[in-house]
Design a protein around this ligand. Structure first.
Ligand code: 13P
Length: 247
């Protein structure tokens, strides 16, 4: 199982460095497991330095889709790649709701990230209102289709299913709900890109993943890993999720 830690806007460089040094000392990863840290952009450089020579991966939470130019405040995939990042999140629900990112922005970012030699992780998920109206499947399918509009099929990409109502709320999707949504995404990938490609795309679940629910969720056949927010901020709980997910 893949355990990805989305730190969002948490941890100063000093705090990040101390955490990552502890992580390095305490984490053991088998060959079929993966751990990836997504710190804030300002902590990326030190993350690369501290994790150098380990099997722990790391990436960015966001980037712009242009290489360079008059785009104040943005970072390009090329710059992130130069630092050593291997992955980049795209279209996290907080980016969509707070920073007005559209599916079309996501599509450009996915292609730009792949073009720079990194792996994009496109995040999709429905709001509570959409779920209650029975729109879950159509919402996530549309986010997938439009977000992957310009994807380079010969290159790697990942997906994360993060129901908005489960993010930071303590309300976790039931294992059955999560698996069902992942299956919808997998079937859509198969329909659009063919079965052999669809099988290779990891789909991570995110939304109140904790040490207590990680094992049961991890048993679901369509879950390839977790994208963990709050519970990834403490070393002990991240390590516990990693071991529960892989037990
Ligand atoms: P929480 O684990 O805090 O619910 O956050 C999930 C998330 O948004 C990960 O990207």
């Amino acid at each position: 199982m893949i355990c990805a830690a989305n730190w969002k806007l948490n941890k100063s460089p000093r705090e990040a460095e101390a955490f990552l040094r502890d992580l390095r000392r305490n984490l053991s990863i088998d060959h079929h497991q993966e751990v990836i840290i997504f710190p804030s952009a300002i902590c990326l450089m030190l993350t690369g330095e501290v994790l150098e020579g380990t099997d722990i991966g790391w990436g960015a939470q966001n980037c712009y889709f242009e290489k360079s130019g008059a785009f104040t405040g943005e970072n390009s995939p090329e710059v992130l790649r130069e630092l050593g990042a291997t992955h980049c999140l795209v279209g996290h629900s907080e980016r969509r709701s707070l920073f007005h990112e559209t599916n079309s922005d996501c599509a450009k970012k996915v292609a730009a990230i792949q073009g720079a030699g990194m792996v994009p992780m496109l995040c999709v998920g429905e709001t509570l209102e959409q779920r209650e109206k029975g729109q879950t499947n159509s919402v996530i399918v549309q986010q997938l289709r439009e977000g992957l509009q310009h994807v380079h099929l010969e290159k790697e990409f990942w997906l994360a299913y993060e129901p908005v109502w489960a993010i930071g709320t303590g309300k976790v999707a039931t294992p059955a709900q999560a698996n069902e949504a992942h299956l919808v995404l997998r079937n859509e990938l198969t329909a659009v890109f063919g079965a052999s490609k669809a099988r290779t795309v990891p789909i991570l679940y995110g939304g109140s993943v904790k040490p207590e629910n990680a094992h049961e969720l991890a048993q679901q056949p369509e879950l390839d890993g977790f994208l963990i927010g709050g519970a990834s901020l403490q070393l002990e709980s991240l390590l516990k999720i990693h071991s529960e997910a892989n037990r």
